[in-house]
Write a new protein. Structure first.
Lengths: 418, 347
């Protein structure tokens, strides 16, 4: 009984202490917090909102790239506006972006040196209490206490896993520790108090690079970042071990042994009336670089499927098999403004080891605004066994021609019959 | 323009002498024709004066209520036939290929003239009127004769139904039993039988022989050829790489088959000139393929985010071509990047 009371007491005190601290922090930081609005010039109304925070005395404000993405792609259509804690409004100019880490720097006019957020020098430790600030759904600035839970696993680009409610509109807002130092930037949520933050060191890097040389063109800067990022990713993938793994009875498939590609499996072994026994392995890169609301890139999906006919002949098996491979689609969302239509090539292909004979299909579409970046899709279907099949398939978004071809070659040679 | 018409007149005169000598015998053919120039009755008369009208004194009696009881007469004078209109209520008019429609009174009749009286039409021909050359039996005649035999029809319909059943069976992803296949298969055979039946009906309605059996036999024979060409089309698509012309050739074969079917339908069901039959068959083919292309084209979105590729695969026994190696595939695929770059520049 005594223990129980003590526990309650501890909980009560700690939570009241937290809210007190949050209040104190909020009042201290309020002057450097902003709501960022994108105003459509023609209608004069806001088209998207987010949060931002000042990181220098001369008016540099950090926010998310996705908050100002429409401006970055169509500067003629929009203007960026801030709203501070006193209700003052003013225009912002876009200075620099980091599309991969979803960060952007904008600048306001300042007459005198202003108060600003300190960027932390250390990463927090697991379990440390943090405070996320932002303006959710245009409801006004709020502070949300939460917990640091380390970096998100299996992520190619680092993200902090933050346990606390982040809502839309808070994007671009800072997350601070008890010393009021910024340790991350609100970026995404997957619901149920699971939030994701961009680590503060990405912001430090972006700001340092900006101080050294400001980018001449935002679009060129984005193109360079996308190209560098896919180079880094593909170098890691092509130089990692590809482990041979058995799929179904006779299929051999590669599993790329890197932590940021995760695989899932399924089969229909439980369906007694299925005409074809199918086993599927899906692997995907858990990244999705936001470029605009209709254009994402950076994703990668790999799928393998083995099929074994049960009570049907080869002719029927191949009919049903064809239906399975007839409708492959791109792995990322993209629209007419940003990509061309796919162009495809198909042929019968047998790798030099003669271990499998495939019908292979390769499709690609080019990015209209970023040179030498493409979405590619590959699909190959075995055609050498009467009542068995092995399908291998991948899609990669935002990849250069040489990387796409190098990956395709390695992939084609890694799939075979046992 | 003046000069040209003069020339035509001269030519006529040069041709005239033969007709002049012939018409002296006083023989003339008068055809009652329908509004679209189909023959209704034909009269061959050899007398100096012919009376035409609604009452029963006439040589040619017309039942048309707009024709007067003694409407007109045609008289032979100095080797020339002349029309005399008896001041009729609705008048008589001449139509021929050389002149515009005009009143028929006092008109000198020429071979092929069409007289309109009331709502009826008469065509006047002289005995030396040139007839079309004899139409030889086409080589298709023996094919048609073979195919219209009841046994042949039974066999082709049975074959068609069997193939349809097989196709249904192959493309159903569930287990199916015989009776589940029966309904769609027979339905499909009946549906396809509508085409020859429809053609036969139209030829019957247009006063031709219906020839249902011939239409059925020939149509189902061709439907079976089309199944076969479908199979070849798949084999060609399966065995060739992108950019090969072979699948295109196969598409042309199926278009040619459709054209041949429509041509034969026309040949069996209707009397028309060879040229006209080709035009009709070609139009139906264009309507069919062009129409389905148009439907596809109009359904095509302005921008397609999905790749369009040929996914045809068949069981290994249909594999005839040898495979490329990975190097060749990578090299061919690399050409796509240049293509998409060009498309990207176009906007």
């Amino acid at each position: 009984m005594k223990v129980f009371f003590t526990l309650i007491f501890i909980v009560l005190t700690s939570s009241s202490y937290a809210s007190e601290q949050a209040e104190q922090l909020f009042n201290q930081l309020k002057p450097s917090l902003y709501q960022i609005k994108l105003i459509d010039k023609a209608s004069g109304e806001k088209s998207s909102i987010g949060s931002g925070f000042q990181i220098s005395s001369d008016g540099i404000i950090a926010t998310n790239y996705h908050v100002i993405s429409s401006y970055a792609l169509h500067p003629e259509k929009y203007r960026i506006e801030y709203l501070d804690s006193q209700g003052n409004k003013g225009n912002l100019s876009l200075q620099s972006v980091d599309v991969i880490n979803d960060l952007a720097l904008v600048k306001r006019q300042v007459d005198h040196d202003m108060q600003y957020f300190q960027l932390s020098e250390n990463t927090p430790h697991k379990g440390e209490q943090l405070f996320s600030l932002g303006n959710p759904h245009d409801l006004g600035m709020i502070v949300v206490p939460g917990t640091y839970n380390g970096l998100k696993k299996e992520s190619f680009n680092d993200r902090i896993h933050f346990t606390g409610s982040i809502n839309s509109g808070m994007s671009g807002g800072p997350v601070v520790n008890k010393q009021a130092e910024v340790v991350g930037v609100n970026v995404a949520t997957s619901g149920n108090s699971i939030g994701f933050l961009v680590p503060h060191d990405k912001l430090v890097n972006l700001y340092q690079a900006f101080l050294k040389t400001a980018p001449e063109s935002i679009k060129a800067q984005m193109a360079e970042q996308l190209t560098d990022s896919q180079n880094k990713l593909m170098t890691a993938i092509l130089n990692s071990p590809w482990q041979e793994k058995q799929l179904g009875k006779n299929g051999l498939i590669p599993i790329i042994d890197v932590p940021f590609i995760r695989c899932w499996g399924d089969s229909n072994a439980d369906k007694a009336d299925a005409l074809i026994l199918t086993a599927v392995a899906n692997c995907s890169l858990d990244e999705n670089t936001y470029l605009s609301s209709r254009f994402f890139t950076g994703s990668m999906e790999i799928e393998f499927r083995t099929m074994q006919a049960k009570d049907i002949g080869a002719n029927k098996f191949y009919r049903l098999y064809q239906q399975q491979i007839a409708r492959a689609g791109a792995g990322n969302r993209a629209d007419k403004e940003n990509v061309t239509e796919f162009q495809c090539h198909h042929d019968l292909v047998m790798p030099d080891n003669n271990a499998i004979n495939n019908k292979a299909i390769f499709c690609t579409r080019a990015y209209k605004k970023f040179p030498d970046l493409y979405d590619v899709l590959y699909l190959s279907a075995s055609i050498d066994k009467e009542r068995q099949a092995l399908v291998s398939h991948f899609t990669i978004a935002g990849i250069s021609q040489s990387n796409a071809l190098a990956f395709t070659r390695q992939f084609m040679e890694a799939v075979s019959w046992k | 323009m003046e000069v040209e018409s003069m020339k035509i007149d001269n030519v006529e005169i040069n041709e005239m002498p033969t007709t002049d000598t012939e018409t002296v015998t006083g023989e003339i053919i008068i055809e009652e024709i329908s509004r679209n120039h189909k023959l209704l009755h034909r009269h061959k008369l050899s007398q100096q004066k012919i009376h035409i009208g609604r009452d029963y004194h006439n040589d040619i009696i017309l039942a048309d209520p707009h024709v007067c009881p003694s409407h007109l007469s045609i008289e032979l004078n100095d080797g020339q036939w002349k029309i005399i209109d008896n001041q009729t209520v609705n008048g008589s008019y001449i139509e021929n290929i050389k002149e515009k429609k005009h009143a028929a009174n006092e008109h000198i009749v020429q071979d092929g003239d069409v007289i309109t009286l009331g709502k009826s039409q008469l065509r006047i021909l002289f005995t030396d009127h040139a007839v079309e050359p004899t139409v030889a039996f086409s080589p298709f005649e023996s094919f048609i004769n073979l195919m219209r035999h009841p046994l042949a029809i039974l066999l082709s319909v049975a074959l068609f139904t069997l193939i349809a059943g097989e196709v249904f069976y192959l493309s159903t992803a569930k287990e199916v039993n015989f009776s589940q296949l029966l309904v769609p298969t027979i339905g499909m055979a009946l549906g396809f039988a509508l085409w020859p039946a429809g053609v036969a009906l139209v030829s019957h309605l247009s006063k031709h022989d219906a020839r249902v059996m011939a239409q059925l036999g020939v149509s189902f024979a061709f439907f079976n050829f089309m199944w076969l060409s479908d199979l070849f089309e798949s084999i060609a698509a399966f065995n060739s790489a992108a950019g090969s012309l072979l699948p295109l050739v196969m598409v042309f074969i199926s278009i040619a088959l459709a054209f041949s079917l429509f041509w034969l339908n026309g040949y069996i069901g209707f009397h028309m000139t060879a040229k006209r039959r080709i035009v009709v068959a070609a139009s139906i083919t264009t309507l069919l393929f062009g129409g389905s292309y148009l439907v596809q084209y109009s359904n095509k979105p302005e921008f397609n985010p999905r790749p369009q590729y040929d996914a045809t695969i068949m069981m290994p026994s249909f594999l005839l071509a040898s495979s490329s190696n990975v190097d060749k595939f990578i090299e061919d695929s690399s050409k796509l990047f240049e293509k998409t770059n060009k498309a990207a520049l176009k906007r």
